[in-house]
Design a protein around this ligand. Structure first.
Ligand code: SF4
Ligand code: F3S
Ligand code: FES
Length: 238
């Protein structure tokens, strides 16, 4: 397996000592070109500079905890290979959320928008004795939006969200879509009303950054368009 040397420039910020973020450069030698950028960051943290702070967990694109800006694009560090971004790799925290330290941002504003769309099953009917059946066609309507891992790569790439953090953001709309178009759920009108707001779905200006950023390749603008259509026509049956 080919090994390479890379230069890694990381935007660092420690609120205890820094007034402004600053770039710090590290040289990482003899790393497999098929290694993940997450491996590179761990190599720096474990062998060069233990003060570097980042968040990660699964290392396999499932938990959504290591979204960051890599060479100018929102990416998961664990799904970005060295060979695709070498020889100089720039790494910054995702934008639009407060930086706690280095690559770790405060996700609370993101998750409060998520909670605002009531992303859980709503159906006051008594539960059936067996499962709630659904046709394959009805299940397919929200299949794409079930893939979201809440990594925030979309919302933090969105100019509307940068301009005003009150915008609920594409991730929350994707999560709302997953329930709005689920034939078993009865919270559709409630969720549509929540999104029918100038900081709801109408704040989307179809910038498409979110689609480019999504590591799960969710067609986010299609989902947002379907929510807008449901609001415009007053029905999800189209
Ligand atoms: Fe991440 Fe995609 Fe979900 Fe946005 S829609 S939070 S980019 S997985
Ligand atoms: Fe933002 Fe995506 Fe809309 S980037 S403006 S949510 S299309
Ligand atoms: Fe879990 Fe990257 S560490 S998605």
């Amino acid at each position: 397996m080919a090994k390479v040397n890379v230069t890694v420039k990381i935007l660092r910020f420690n609120p205890d000592v820094d007034e402004q973020p600053h770039w710090q450069t590290y040289e990482v030698k003899d790393i497999e070109e098929t290694a993940q950028v997450l491996d590179v960051l761990h190599r720096i943290k474990w062998y060069q500079d233990g003060t570097l702070t980042l968040r990660s967990s699964c290392a396999h694109g499932v938990c959504g905890s290591d979204a960051m800006v890599i060479n100018g694009h929102n990416r998961l560090a664990c799904k970005t290979l060295v060979r695709d971004v070498m020889p100089t790799i720039t790494v910054e925290p995702i934008r639009g959320l407060p930086v706690i330290k280095d690559l770790v941002v405060d996700m609370e504003p993101f998750f409060s928008h998520y909670k605002a769309v009531e992303p859980w099953f709503i159906n006051p009917d008594p539960p059936p004795t067996r499962e709630r059946l659904q046709s394959p066609e009805d299940r397919a309507r929200f299949d794409d939006t079930t893939k979201c891992i809440l990594c925030a790569a979309c919302t933090t790439s969105c100019p509307s969200f940068w301009a005003n953090g009150q915008y609920v953001g594409p991730a929350a709309i994707v999560q709302a879509h997953r329930w709005i178009f689920d034939s078993r759920d009865k919270g559709t009108a409630e969720r549509l009303q929540i999104l029918n707001d100038r900081f709801g779905v109408w704040a989307c200006r179809t910038a498409f950054n979110c689609v480019e950023a999504c590591p799960r390749e969710i067609d986010i603008t299609k989902a947002i368009g379907e929510v807008k259509k449901a609001l415009t026509f007053g029905t999800v049956d189209f």
